[in-house]
Write a protein that binds this ligand. Structure first.
Ligand code: CAA
Length: 258
């Protein structure tokens, strides 16, 4: 799989995708988002892939949508192309666990792309922001919605109305990122977390992810009902039998993903 704007490698059952447009701080060009969509389509159906880690460079996870590509587009250009929805949101529909490993800038669409992953691990140098207002537009890939849900209205309004950046410590305090690692350890450390998930049952991890995601889409009582149905359905899997038997027999489980 050769791409112009992405690097890709498998580490066991973990797919490591690196955004690779260093000349533009990984700005999310139409080519990059199309390639990312194509790659995710393939990884979704590949049984050898359990978890995806998405990262960028040391300087930037991604500095946003490609401003130079967008600047002359008309309303009809973006409306007809359904700009953003058509390609960008593929990772938010990806059914297996996804982790964003963020070094440096995650701005605009870069921050939105990171938030489409299941969770974000940041390095000490990470800087998050939705600076669209400073270039005469607003977040268009879910930023106003996901940021408000993840860090609350006060911080989301502050960031989206001023365009200011948030450092890794503030992002962790605010609940935007789950862990902060030293910059040099970010990718390997995130891969270790991903490998930990990849050793578990893949379909059960998918169900757990689906249940948590439902919390952002529905009422508490409907969410709990949805969770209960998925919880019950885990009892139809061999991996539930194996996991609970292994615990009872004081041995490590051998999950077979079925
Ligand atoms: N689009 C296109 N090119 C970009 C870019 C972007 N979003 N961000 C950076 N670049 C390019 C720069 O133009 C520059 O290219 P040249 O060398 O050819 O001039 C190169 O990347 C390096 O950038 P800088 O020289 O600006 O690097 P810096 O270290 O001085 O500053 C920065 C870094 C603060 C991230 C700055 O580049 C910046 O502010 N970038 C734009 C951030 C932004 O506004 N993002 C939101 C985009 S809109 C959006 O994302 C909409 C949406 O919701 C989907």
């Amino acid at each position: 799989m050769d791409y112009n704007t992405l690097l890709f490698e498998m580490r066991g059952k973990v797919a490591l995708i690196t955004l690779n447009r260093p000349e533009a701080l990984n700005a999310l060009s139409p080519e990059l988002t199309a390639e990312l969509t194509d790659l995710l389509d393939q990884l979704e159906t590949d049984d050898n892939v359990a978890v995806v880690v998405l990262t960028g460079s040391e300087k930037a996870f991604a500095a946003g949508a490609d401003i130079k590509a967008m600047k002359d587009w008309s309303y009809m250009d973006v409306y007809k192309a359904d700009f953003i929805t058509a390609t960008w949101e593929r990772i938010s529909r990806f059914r297996k666990p996804t982790i964003a490993a963020v070094n440096g800038y995650a701005l605009g669409g870069g921050c939105e792309l990171a938030m489409m992953c299941d969770f974000i691990i940041a390095s000490e140098t990470a800087r998050f922001g939705q600076p669209e207002i400073t270039i005469g537009t607003i977040p268009g890939a879910g930023g106003t919605q996901r940021l408000a849900r993840f860090i609350g209205k006060a911080k989301a309004m502050d960031m989206i109305l001023t365009g200011r950046m948030m450092d890794a410590q503030e992002a962790e305090r605010s609940g935007l990122v789950s862990r902060v690692l030293p910059s040099a350890e970010l990718v390997e450390g995130t891969l270790k977390v991903a490998e930990q998930i990849a050793r578990l049952s893949s379909p059960i991890a998918m169900m757990a992810k689906e249940a948590v995601d439902r919390a952002f889409e529905t009422t508490l009582s409907e969410g709990i009902r949805f969770e209960r149905r998925l919880f019950h359905s885990t009892f139809a899997t061999r991996d539930q039998k194996e996991g609970m038997s292994a615990f009872s027999e004081k041995r490590k489980p051998q999950f077979n993903n079925d």
